[in-house]
Design a protein. Structure first.
Length: 291
């Protein structure tokens, strides 16, 4: 890449921008209530980082297009994608990206955001963006997951995980798991399934393993299993190898499948089958330093 590179910058709106118009939030801010005490600081940090991204690209002579993450649109024709926000912004944008364009994730407010996938933070922002434009940042190809419902592909770019569960968090999740031709009936509060990139998040919290970033395995973890009396489930947690398929057979009228967070969700009818496997479209992530 060079100064003639076309760069798409995708940014989030801060929580304060989204909630600040609420009369209740304004009252809480005025009272310095602890539930909103971080909103102003994180908003200022995010706004300052976004402006620094704008200045850095301008100094590099790069043709940059800025879009809010809900208005990503077409990403073809760009040489580099830069996301400004946190992991949620990268996850949102990743669903629009194939394996043909690299992405640099900028954690805009490290004091308020985890930024696990971040390849740049305010402390090294200009240097990292310059390296990304020049093509000198290391590239990690992160495996993603494919999802099909009743044999029809609905997702092929899941980076973090999916959660299969009942529509009510207080209800029991009922289903069968099928792997390598074996079928097991289970009850639990849900099942997490995802590639290596998501293994440090909910999968880990539910008892799963942290997988190397280079792993091409899919991991499943049953959340709060209702084990039969005196027994245990064979499929409590495990790995799905490339070329294998892991299936969930829904036994509920209120089944749900949440994809890379809470905003993308599929409703499942009783008897529908969710199939999960390795995608053939990894994500090209820049500056990612995890093992």
């Amino acid at each position: 890449m060079n100064g003639a590179a076309r760069v798409l910058v995708v940014y989030k709106r801060s929580a304060l921008s989204l909630l600040g118009g609420s009369r209740r939030v304004r009252r809480l801010l005025a009272a310095r209530d602890p539930t909103v005490s971080r909103l102003v600081r994180s908003h200022r940090a995010h706004a300052a980082t976004l402006e620094r991204v704008r200045i850095a690209l301008d100094r590099l002579g790069v043709r940059a297009t800025f879009r809010h993450r809900r208005e990503v649109g077409r990403t073809r024709g760009f040489d580099l994608i830069v996301t400004v926000g946190g992991d949620g912004t990268l996850l949102w944008v990743s669903h629009s990206l194939g394996d043909d364009v690299p992405v640099l994730s900028v954690n805009s407010a490290p004091g308020h955001s985890v930024g696990y996938f971040a390849g740049a933070v305010p402390a090294n922002l200009e240097r990292r963006i310059g390296a990304a434009v020049r093509g000198t940042l290391p590239v990690t190809r992160l495996a993603r997951m494919r999802v099909a419902i009743d044999g029809e592909e609905v997702e092929r770019r899941v980076l973090n995980d999916v959660l299969f569960c009942h529509r009510s968090p207080a209800a029991t999740t009922r289903y069968f798991l099928r792997m390598k031709g074996e079928l097991e009936e289970q009850k639990s509060s849900g099942v997490w399934v995802g590639p290596a990139a998501g293994s440090t998040a909910a999968q880990r919290s539910a008892g799963g393993r942290v997988l190397p970033a280079s792993s091409r395995h899919i991991q499943f973890v049953v959340r709060e299993p209702c084990r039969p009396r005196g027994g245990r489930y064979r499929f409590h947690r495990g790995l799905v190898a490339p070329g294998e398929r892991f299936e969930i057979l829904n036994k509920m009228t209120g089944g749900r499948l949440y994809v890379d967070g809470a905003e993308k969700v599929y409703s499942l009818a009783i008897g529908q089958v969710v199939s999960l496997s390795l995608s053939n479209e990894p994500l090209r992530l820049l500056g990612f330093r995890r093992g």
